[in-house]
Design a binder for this molecule. Structure first.
Ligand SMILES: Cc1cc2nc3c(=O)[nH]c(=O)nc-3n(C[C@H](O)[C@H](O)[C@H](O)COP(=O)(O)OP(=O)(O)OC[C@H]3O[C@@H](n4cnc5c(N)ncnc54)[C@H](O)[C@@H]3O)c2cc1C
Ligand code: FES
Ligand code: FES
Length: 486
């Protein structure tokens, strides 16, 4: 049984462990306002808002999610808000009224998802009215909603004019006890086919008892197996309630980031210490994806084009693996073995990832090339870390790429060509030659092998030019993240 609230009404219903929120809405609850476009988290047509109790706060947080790839059982103990739940009788919510007034609904199919993203934005604005609704926030809120008829202008106008419409609240918002009722629901599933262990010990037990059951965190990779490949899961082990996986532990040397911490939760720490890395997160998926996707999922998924592994490799990150046998630690570059193969043993999970504290003088650049700026997987990602000593020599050089091999990897030959060098032109020429000799990139739909090699070499050149500039550039202001592959 899944117990949750839908637009203010309590629900209690059974569902298969591999059901999605979208299937639950459309097939079981006859709530067909939420549409299916791509069934892969890309288009945003299925966007809904899930309000759930934060681990450390009393208030419920309202966040967008892609219903097509959200496990139905992750609604346990939550309040689900759909496009049917916004208007108050005939009075439209400002997100809807603005879309009507600005002719933002063109095809109509993507409209419910866009309205839900605008609803979430409006709720954020209500909570923090003094925060400017600038272009960056607008893009972050709507980046996961595609309009294929290219009519973004009226949608953007609608977003910017929501505040000029009557602030109609949904009827469910009248109930002052609703948040309390949601929080009173159990957070763990009572369904033996959808396990929600609460501690590492319980998780280890579950993995041992059901070795073939997939682990799921945000489901932003795993659930595509169900929607795109029609893989059926008889039993699933959910990591989102495991306390040890949900925390960020600070030490003198850095931070252990729990594997089930979401990008949204992790971003403030990065913004404070690694601005270039934090900027990358603004280009990782969409708000819907970042609200649920986790660092542990990105690493365990071991995609050659996952965004965080190359960056973490340049930072000498470590992983903590856990099983019934105990805990072990590995350097991240020992974790990726071959295409989609990792050092994880059966019954073992990623428990946390160690992010070292930045050392004084160390600099970092991260450049992602993708076909689309928003909500797109990398064609190629280059991550670079270095410092310059008193004599002008490059030191502690780290170079890592995603999209250049079957796994994300460092390029020691190119690093050696730069390490300790002060004559940068000659050293970078040598590093480019080393890169060409060492790697044979893959060809796929995102880019040919020759495109990838040319682009990887060009990123080295971009780095050289960055070093040659007399004035340092704020890594968060660089335009390369917005570059497009072709
Ligand atoms: C529309 C869309 C856009 C995306 N854009 C990007 C992008 O720009 N960059 C990018 O890098 N990725 C992107 N992704 C991929 C995905 O969002 C990320 O890889 C995300 O970090 C996965 O985390 P998750 O918690 O959702 O993983 P899940 O889907 O829950 O799990 C992924 C895999 O890892 C396993 N797993 C999860 N956690 C653990 C653990 N702790 N220990 C062991 N195994 C585990 C699962 O069994 C599964 O096999 C995108 C996905 C979608 C759908
Ligand atoms: S249907 Fe396209 S994101 Fe869900
Ligand atoms: S309004 Fe739906 S695709 Fe543009």
């Amino acid at each position: 049984m899944i117990e949750f609230f839908l637009n203010g009404h309590r629900q209690r219903l059974a569902a298969a462990p591999d059901s999605s929120v979208l299937a639950l809405l459309r097939d079981r609850l006859a709530a067909c306002g939420t549409k299916e476009g791509c069934a892969s988290g890309d288009c945003g047509a299925c966007t809904v808002v899930v309000a759930e109790p934060d681990d450390d706060r009393d208030a419920l947080s309202y966040r967008t999610t892609n219903a097509c790839i959200t496990p139905a059982h992750q609604l346990q103990g939550c309040h689900l808000i759909t496009v049917e739940g916004l208007a108050r009788g005939d009075a439209l919510h400002p997100a809807q009224a603005a879309m009507v007034a600005c002719h933002g609904s063109q095809c109509g199919f993507c409209t419910p998802g866009i309205v839900m993203s605008l609803f979430a934005l409006h709720e954020q604005q209500r909570a923090e009215p003094s925060r400017a609704l600038d272009g960056h926030r607008l893009e972050a809120a709507l980046g996961g909603n595609l309009c294929r008829c290219t009519g973004y202008r009226p949608i953007r106008d609608a977003a910017l004019s929501m505040a000029t419409h009557a602030d109609t609240r949904p009827s469910w918002a009248d109930d002052p006890t609703l948040d309390e009722q949601v929080r009173a629901l159990p957070r763990r599933s009572a369904d033996s086919r959808y396990l929600t262990p609460a501690s590492l010990a319980e998780l280890a037990q579950a993995m041992q008892a059901y070795p073939s059951a997939p682990l799921v965190a945000g489901a932003t990779d795993l659930w595509l197996e169900a929607t795109q490949r029609l893989t059926a899961y008889e039993r699933v082990i959910d990591l989102r309630r495991v306390a040890e996986l949900r925390r960020i532990e600070e030490t003198a040397d850095g931070w252990w980031i729990g594997a089930a911490v979401t990008y949204r939760e992790w971003e403030p720490l990065l913004a404070a210490h690694y601005p270039a890395f934090a900027h990358l997160l603004t280009r990782l998926g969409s708000a819907q994806i970042r609200n649920r996707g986790t660092l542990g999922g990105n690493i365990a998924n071991a995609s050659p084009v996952g965004d965080t592994p190359p960056v973490l490799l340049t930072l000498d990150a470590r992983v903590r693996l856990a099983s019934a046998e105990g805990i072990r630690e590995l350097a991240l570059d020992e974790f990726f073995l071959d295409y989609k193969q990792t050092a994880l043993q059966p019954g073992e999970c990623v428990a946390a990832i160690f992010l070292p504290r930045p050392e004084a003088g160390v600099e970092q650049r991260v450049w992602k090339l993708s076909k689309r700026r928003e909500d797109d997987i990398s064609t190629l990602l280059g991550a670079f870390r270095w410092r310059i000593d008193g004599g002008g020599h490059l030191r502690d050089v780290r170079i890592a790429y995603g999209g250049m091999a079957a796994i994300p990897l460092r390029v020691p030959a190119a690093e050696a060509a730069l390490e300790g060098k002060a004559d940068l032109d000659a050293a970078f020429d040598a590093a480019k030659r080393a890169l060409r000799h060492t790697l044979t990139p893959m060809s796929d739909v995102r880019g040919s092998s020759s495109y990838r090699m040319t682009a990887a070499v060009n990123l080295l050149e971009r780095w050289r030019l960055t070093l040659a500039r007399p004035e340092p550039v704020d890594p968060t202001q660089e335009v390369a993240l917005d570059a497009y592959a072709h």
